[in-house]
Design a protein around this ligand. Structure first.
Ligand SMILES: Nc1ncnc2c1ncn2[C@@H]1O[C@H](COP(=O)(O)OP(=O)(O)OP(=O)(O)O)[C@@H](O)[C@H]1O
Length: 258
């Protein structure tokens, strides 16, 4: 069965203006879907609708055939994790305690995280070579460190669908390389991943399903070959650019012509 089905979805913050309308998309387990679009077109808004943080004005979102409005918060948090673009955490919570909040959907009321939960968090910190951050306060971390820790927290949720809002934005290129590899590994483990990015190269590297969200509020979906083209991207971003084929990698790369 299709993991995520989005049907005729529309959203408005204010009655007078629609952010996006009639959005349709679907995602199977293990598929990766990349959304591109100019600043302010509604990518984050769409992602927040998909994980139940915002309620769409119209349309339906289903997980394994069940409308997400029928899920409890706890049920939904076992299925879907989101790594947002920004964090507003000023509580002084340590990195370890922040990570362990990812286990909340699996704990009963007032239950403390278990030894096993600590071990899983430690394992991820080791995998990402971030152990030294464990006892730091989350809010004292750099933007890139926060992004990596938030990604690890989302993995502790063991989601079937992982939603990443511009996950590469604050990362240096070596961390981007690690994250791109991680996305491929998670997809091989049948986790569906929906991400946004401002770099067409990320979509070309991942070779995913694509959604182009335009200023008119429509989402055009298709394959990388069909949608990551010079013509489509120039129309979307209104700038001159070029795609160059890299024979050694069997894919294109995108350059802004300046
Ligand atoms: N809470 C809010 N209340 C009212 N309008 C909002 C709110 N959040 C976002 N918007 C507006 O909705 C539109 C879509 O914003 P959104 O953050 O989803 O865009 P985006 O495509 O993710 O942008 P970016 O690429 O810059 O992150 C923008 O015009 C934004 O100003």
């Amino acid at each position: 069965m299709t993991l995520l089905t989005v049907t005729n979805l529309s959203f408005s913050y204010h009655k007078s203006s629609t952010v996006f309308h009639d959005v349709n998309l679907s995602l199977e387990a293990g598929e990766v879907f990349t959304i591109l679009g100019p600043n302010g077109v509604g990518k984050s808004t769409l992602l927040q609708c998909l994980c139940g943080l915002l309620t769409p004005t119209k349309g339906e979102i289903s997980l394994n055939g069940q409308n997400i409005s029928d899920f409890t918060h706890r049920q939904l948090a076992r299925q879907v994790a989101i790594v947002p673009q920004n964090y507003h955490i000023n509580s002084g919570i340590t990195v370890m305690d922040y990570l362990l909040t990812g286990r909340t959907p699996y704990l009963s009321l007032l239950q403390m995280p278990t030894k096993k939960d600590h071990e899983i968090a430690e394992q991820y910190l080791t995998e990402f070579n971030l152990n030294t951050l464990k006892n730091r306060s989350f809010s004292s971390l750099s933007g890139g460190q926060q992004q990596l820790i938030a990604i690890i927290k989302s993995l502790l949720q063991e989601p079937k669908l992982l939603i990443l809002d511009e996950p590469m934005a604050a990362l240096d290129i070596s961390r981007q390389y690690e994250l791109l590899k991680l996305i491929k590994r998670l997809a091989n483990k049948h986790i569906a991943i929906l991400l946004t990015t401002h770099l067409p190269d990320h979509a070309l590297m991942l070779n995913t399903k694509i959604g182009l969200l335009s200023t008119s509020g429509t989402l055009t979906t298709g394959s990388t070959d069909d949608l990551i083209t010079k013509e489509r991207l120039e129309e979307l971003y209104k700038i001159p650019l070029n795609l160059t084929y890299l024979p050694e990698l069997h894919r294109y790369t995108c350059q802004i012509l300046i």
